[in-house]
Design a protein around this ligand. Structure first.
Ligand code: AMP
Ligand code: MG
Length: 491
């Protein structure tokens, strides 16, 4: 039996505001008990940020919490209902293997969902076992923490425990649970669920709840639901621009995997692009390249149109006018996105001010990179370090011509060379979680039970803009190209 009260003070202060929403939005669901939990990853930095007690969380009590065997005081565990377009097809989903323990309220009054991913079957599990395997949970831990260090909004990873159970995927795998921390788990798909299976009142309750949790409505705002739409679009424009600027490919941008908060969520088959190519896809299930790198902004816009549709009944009494309002906002996304991306690209090239030719300068560099299959991260890293050797592209005529234009462009601004380099260092990560390094860390952990490779990797990834000596080896490309690298939802 799960012990419902934990008297030790872990530092968690739980609210359950989601469980106070109308009943259609969730089902009460305790995590399943697991036989022999053991802790394999614990995020000290996040523990501090949340004001939690690390020693207690490392103890048997803490491990019991992360395993779902012990319930935190004040927890009302639930599985959230949601729907979503998966590869374009609409379907009912919901937390099939995740349980929300509640919302931790920090001393500053900020609220964070604390969720166990892989906590067993729920009413939304359909045919699934509700469990998770160690590999994908560690992968999510590594990549989400790397994203956070890169300055990209994301859900966080607090801990991973092994459960002591085997899970059946392709063969037997080690069972695990990830404790995910997020500013909320409200998805575009949550609104789609409300719009399809709820009443207009349900959509309104969800929209009001979302506003309260994520967006402060200025007193001058007349139409708060239009404000909600605008803000969600803005946050997605910001998020996707940040993904594009570091070469992050999400892999499954289904509407259920798009968080209203603007955080990156659901690290399934995601990966970082190596050679620059907009058509890059890693996910084994994305056979048509729907979620290819270069498509991500278009897909975001498509998903936001689905979000806007759910708000139609709230935007205006006249449906016709509501549709017009929604269309206008969604059609704004490409500009918002492009502005963020463009200013980010300029920063990557050390450009402070604006000139008419900047767009061409950026485009022609990307074209040359594509032609020579230049590594995305390392190209910008080399430009930052003024280290233009060894890469085929840098010896090409096209690049030399481009470089002359770029150098003279940089001279036409008042900033010094040092200031320019500083801007470039802040804008171009020297390391990213490269696929072969992620695999190496996972292999150590899973096959050898050696977590030292992963821990060292996590440390290096926590300082992506450091350009320190100890990081250099992490920018070395694998001997055999990764371009056939495949990621699996094997989730
Ligand atoms: P994802 O591909 O992780 O975004 O998940 C899509 C849907 O499948 C969500 O509703 C998940 O909760 C559900 N799901 C994924 N894996 C499992 C599993 N092992 N058992 C039950 N449901 C799952
Ligand atoms: Mg998902």
């Amino acid at each position: 039996m799960i012990e419902t009260k934990l008297t030790v003070d872990t530092g968690f202060k739980l609210d359950n505001s989601y469980a106070r929403l109308p009943k259609i939005f969730f089902k009460r669901q305790n995590p399943s008990e697991v036989p022999t939990p053991s802790l394999v990853a614990l995020n000290s930095k996040l523990i501090k940020e949340l004001g939690l007690n690390e020693n207690l969380l490392k103890s048997a009590d803490g491990i019991g919490i992360f395993a779902g065997n012990r319930l935190l005081e004040g927890s009302i565990p639930i599985a959230e209902a949601y729907a979503g377009h998966q590869f374009g097809y609409f379907t009912m989903l919901g937390d099939g293997r995740a349980v929300l323990l509640g919302e931790h309220v920090t001393s500053l009054g900020e609220k964070f969902d604390v969720q166990l991913k892989g906590a067993g079957r729920t009413p939304y599990s359909r045919g699934g076992d509700g469990k998770a395997a160690l590999g994908p949970m560690l992968r999510e831990y590594i990549i989400s923490e790397a994203m956070n260090a890169l300055g990209i909004p994301t859900t966080r990873s607090l801990a991973v425990v092994k459960t002591g159970e085997k899970v059946i995927r392709e063969g037997e795998q080690i069972g695990a649970i990830l404790t995910r921390v997020a500013s909320s788990h409200i998805r575009v798909g949550t609104f789609q669920y409300a719009a399809n299976w709820g009443t207009i009142e349900d959509i309104k309750v969800l929209a009001d709840y979302t506003l309260e949790r994520h967006f402060k409505v200025p007193s001058t705002i007349e139409n708060k639901y239009l404000f909600l739409l605008k803000e969600v679009i803005k946050r997605q424009a910001n998020l996707i621009a940040k993904w594009q600027l570091v070469g992050f490919i999400h892999g499954v941008m289904n509407t259920d995997n798009m968080a209203i908060s603007g955080e990156t969520i659901d690290y399934g088959p995601c990966a970082f692009m190596d050679a620059y190519d907009p058509s890059t896809v890693f996910s084994s299930i994305d056979v048509n390249g729907r979620y290819a790198y270069g498509n991500q902004p278009y897909i975001a816009s498509w998903n936001l149109a689905r979000f806007a549709e759910t708000l139609i009944p709230l935007l205006h009494n006249s449906q016709e006018k509501a549709i017009k309002l929604a269309e206008k906002e969604v059609s704004n996304f490409p500009n918002l996105y492009h502005d963020k991306w463009f200013s980010g690209m300029k920063a990557k090239l050390g450009i402070f001010n604006e000139e008419l030719e900047d767009a061409n300068l950026i485009d022609s560099l990307l074209n040359i990179m594509e032609k020579y299959s230049a590594d995305y991260t390392n190209t910008f890293r080399s430009l930052t370090l003024d280290d233009l050797e060894d890469i085929e592209m840098f010896n090409s005529k096209e690049f030399k011509k481009w470089n002359t234009l770029w150098v003279s462009r940089l001279e036409r601004q008042e900033q010094t060379k040092i200031e320019i380099k500083e801007l470039m260092k802040r804008s171009n990560p020297s390391i990213i979680p490269r696929n072969h390094r992620v695999e190496e860390a996972l292999e150590g952990a899973i096959k050898q039970e050696d977590y030292s490779v992963m821990e060292r990797f996590l440390d290096v990834l926590s300082r992506p803009y450091d350009y320190s000596k100890d990081q250099e080896e992490y920018s070395i490309l694998p001997e055999v190209s990764n371009c056939k690298y495949r990621t699996y939802c094997g989730t």
